[in-house]
Design a protein around this ligand. Structure first.
Ligand SMILES: Cc1cc2nc3c(=O)[nH]c(=O)nc-3n(C[C@H](O)[C@H](O)[C@H](O)COP(=O)(O)OP(=O)(O)OC[C@H]3O[C@@H](n4cnc5c(N)ncnc54)[C@H](O)[C@@H]3O)c2cc1C
Length: 405
């Protein structure tokens, strides 16, 4: 059902694409905007398969986009949820060190969080720690009272409603398969027909490198999918976790380590780990895509990363295959947990950009070319930061696409 000539087409109705559409339409109400989504519903990939944490901004390098966007994002996300009656709970987070090395890293984390101006961040005494989380055992604990939880599927649904009420169109089952430029017009080819537009914003998450290539952009990044696997705690064991309990993360790795998380979905999650996935949307261990796998293993950065991180990679595979090893990581946080406490499972797949030198890109990466903006790395805390990222992209678009309000 090809169409109108759109001023802007956004690829991907995840939380970032929708937030961007919403912010653009709020600021430039006259633009003709469409969002193309390959799935039948909004937010069905990363945005619907995450830990549901509204992060407060502790972990990120001061001055980075992640630090700036997350701190502002936490406040704006919490406010947005309250204004739109989306259930949200500011339950607070405890980050715990269980050995001497962890204590030193926790100290560094506190300094980072303080530099990022995370509100209320403080070390707590043993008594306070046990008051906050009675079943935790640790040498030292850092407390972030402003960290919250939400079901991002609810947030994404409201963003989609807002886009529509502001006059934007969302086309589902419309995977972008190719593009061509005719003068200043771009023709986007999809499974449901062609769409003409003047400008494109690529928010395709796990497929963002492919979409950039389809649009003729030669990026030196490749999305490597990392599956995060969760266990759910049995209902009878949920009393063991009141809010959010995290380990001190390995600073060399962009993932936070398996944690225990209350969720707004009605259960407590344990995880996620971080295992290389053989398919971009490989939510199950057995999922395999020949094309995705070949794309990963033919990328020089993958091998450089593997040489550097092989120990961590093998350790994660071991933990993924053996429930006892997974449990052992959780027992570092709450020793009372037993295998019987871990019942159902779940998973998400992270879109992690890796460069040709094998570096896992830590910060958000948004690149521009004439008439196009590409979100090439938007891992956690992307959901927390989505309103701020959307606002940032709207500002870039105003200049790049010469938008007039
Ligand atoms: C396991 C896990 C836990 C996480 N936990 C947290 C957390 O607690 N807090 C937090 O803030 N962040 C968390 N994150 C990160 C957060 O979920 C992401 O930053 C965010 O969802 C990214 O949103 P997105 O819109 O970029 O991607 P996505 O939600 O993946 O959306 C991209 C969309 O593009 C569509 N698409 C792809 N290719 C095409 C195409 N060719 N044509 C049309 N459409 C296409 C996809 O179908 C998809 O709907 C977590 C992520 C994971 C995976």
């Amino acid at each position: 059902m090809p169409s109108t000539n759109y001023d802007i087409v956004i690829i991907g109705a995840g939380i970032i694409g929708l937030a961007t559409g919403m912010k653009l339409l709020e600021q430039f109400p006259k633009i003709n905007l469409a969002i193309l989504e390959k799935d039948s519903k909004e937010g069905s990939q990363q945005s619907g398969h995450n830990s549901g944490v509204i992060h407060s901004g502790i972990y990120y390098k001061p001055g980075s986009l992640k630090a700036k966007f997350c701190v502002a994002g936490r406040a704006s996300m919490t406010r947005f949820c309250e204004e739109n009656e989306i259930p949200v709970s500011t339950c607070g987070k405890l980050i715990v060190a269980t050995d001497v090395a962890g204590e030193e890293r926790l100290q560094a984390l506190e300094e980072r969080g303080t530099a990022n101006q995370v509100k209320g961040l403080r070390f707590v005494t043993q008594d306070e720690m046990l008051e906050i989380e009675p079943h935790v055992r640790a040498r030292k604990a850092l407390y972030a009272p402003g960290t919250g939880i939400v079901d991002y599927r609810n947030v994404t649904a409201i963003y989609a409603d807002r886009v529509r009420s502001l006059g934007g169109k969302i086309f589902f089952n419309s995977a972008l398969t190719g593009s061509k430029a005719i003068g200043s017009t771009t023709i986007l080819e999809t499974e449901t027909g062609e769409y003409e537009c003047s400008n494109v914003i690529n928010c395709a998450g796990l497929h963002s490198d492919l979409v950039a290539e389809m649009m003729g952009v030669n990026t030196d990044l490749r999305i490597i999918p990392f599956r995060g696997e969760y266990y759910k705690l049995r209902k009878e064991s949920e009393f063991l976790v009141k809010g959010l309990i995290y380990p001190v993360p390995d600073p060399a790795f962009p993932f936070l380590g398996v944690h225990l998380t209350q969720t707004m979905k009605g259960w407590v999650e344990a995880g996620p780990n971080a295992v290389l996935a053989a398919k971009r949307e490989g939510y199950r261990k057995r999922d395999f895509s020949f094309n995705d796998f070949i794309r990963t293993v033919t990328f020089p950065g993958f091998w450089k990363m593997s040489v550097r991180e092989w120990k961590t990679g093998l350790w994660e595979i071991n933990r993924s295959l053996r429930k006892g090893v997974f449990l052992n990581s959780l027992q570092q946080l709450v020793p009372e947990l037993s295998a019987d406490d871990l019942a159902g499972t779940g998973s998400g797949v992270r879109a992690q950009a890796v460069d040709r030198s094998g570096n896992l890109i830590d910060d958000f990466r948004i690149e521009e070319s004439p008439g196009a903006i590409h979100v090439l790395n938007a891992p956690s805390p992307g959901a927390t930061s989505s309103l701020v990222i959307g606002q940032h992209i709207a500002q870039l678009a105003a200049g790049n696409f010469s938008l007039a309000s």
